[in-house]
Ligand binder design. Structure first.
Ligand code: KG4
Ligand code: ZN
Length: 350
């Protein structure tokens, strides 16, 4: 079975082709992403109406590239189509959904909507392009806990079995990726902030500026990032001059504070809920310090717990993860599979 998947929930126009092989194996035949980073950089964040316009301009080209990369002549050769229906920016989602609906109608193919967050969680089971991986997740994997960290979400999700998600903690205000982006803007470093800050932090002193890790002592599994961002704002305001050394030290100090609370809450939740697996996902899961330190803490205090993290190529937004989420919806008949039934839901939670 071949699946054509579309993702346009934010500022990446992405199209992928997946092949489902016997024994629940999946192969990514194509995973094309057209980034709009350069366009949005001048605003220090995503400008929704511009993002939608760019998606509309590029989606056909990205779709054709994906077919070519997958060795397909036309969309008649796929068996299922899937598209991110939410959550995300409504104007961006609408472009992908309209495009996918038109194709599904034209080629008379089933179309299912997929949840962007479920896609991020499932990205843990995707192999690099042209390689295959198994996703028939045995009961021994569950219960699992996923730390889902992106530009729009910071959540701890309990997965009792595949497809059953319970959000046990979430941010009260900003998402952690958003905090990376806003701090990068304060330091005039560019957009998106995550990769720039983590790179700069490597040469900085993370002990120079003690910054708060909000809610680190709270007894629940919730998060808050607006106070940390404001602390950086005051720190920058009160420095006599912002030197390159100051920027690197602030980047390192901020990153340490932002990551520490994620590490402590994930470990505490995993202990309390006695999970068998910890998963990491979302754009911030590309962060080197988070990937390395979470692995170390799990190895140190939760020896029997398996730790999975997505391949770097699947940490930030992509359509391959949407292919897998859509396939599982289709297989489990979780959603209708007609283009007529697919509708954007910008606030679609897990
Ligand atoms: O999942 P994603 O691509 O889009 C959303 O669904 O939001 O996540 C994008 C976010 C951005 O805020 C970006 O700054 C952050 O992920 N990010 C990182 C890193 N790479 C991307 N944050 C920290 N460290 C990174 N290396
Ligand atoms: Zn995302």
């Amino acid at each position: 079975m071949k699946i054509l998947a579309f993702e346009t929930s934010c500022d990446d126009t992405a199209v992928a082709v997946l092949e489902i092989l016997p024994k629940n194996k999946v192969k990514v035949l194509a995973n094309i992403i057209s980034s709009q980073v350069k366009l949005h950089a001048q605003y220090g964040g995503v400008f929704p109406s511009l993002a939608a316009r760019e998606h509309a301009k590029n989606i056909d080209k990205v779709f054709r590239l994906a077919l070519k990369e997958a060795g397909l002549k036309s969309a008649t050769e796929v068996d299922l189509m899937t598209v991110t229906a939410g959550p995300g920016l409504v104007v961006s989602l609408l472009v992908g959904v309209a495009f996918a609906k038109t194709l599904a109608w034209k080629y008379n193919k089933p179309l299912v909507g997929a949840n962007h967050l479920e896609g991020h969680i499932l990205s843990n089971w995707l192999a690099p392009t042209k390689e295959s991986s198994a996703f028939n997740l045995k009961p021994s994997v569950f219960p699992a806990l996923c730390l889902l960290v992106s530009g729009g979400h910071t959540e701890l999700v309990l997965i009792k079995k595949l497809g059953t998600y319970e959000v046990i903690g979430a941010t009260h205000d900003d998402a952690v990726g958003e905090a990376f982006d806003k701090v990068a803007r304060l330091l005039k470093l560019g957009y998106p902030g995550g990769p720039i800050i983590s790179k700069l932090a490597e040469s900085g002193n993370s002990d120079r500026f003690p910054l708060p890790s909000p809610m680190i002592k709270s007894k629940n599994f919730d998060f808050s990032y607006s106070g940390l961002k404001t602390a950086v704002l005051y720190l920058v305001r009160d420095l006599p001059k912002l030197t390159a050394k100051d920027k690197a030290d602030i980047a390192a100090s901020f990153q340490k504070a932002a990551i520490e609370v994620l590490l402590q809450k994930t470990i505490a939740a995993a202990e309390k809920l006695k999970v068998k697996t910890i998963l990491l996902s979302g754009g911030v899961s590309a962060n080197k310090l988070l990937r390395e330190d979470l692995a170390k803490r799990i190895a140190g205090s939760l020896k029997k717990v398996t730790f999975l993290k997505p391949k770097l190529a699947y940490t930030t937004d992509n359509a391959a993860m949407i292919g897998l989420a859509g396939y599982l919806n289709f297989k489990n008949k979780k959603t209708a599979s007609s283009w007529k039934a697919v509708a954007v839901n910008a606030n679609w939670g897990l």
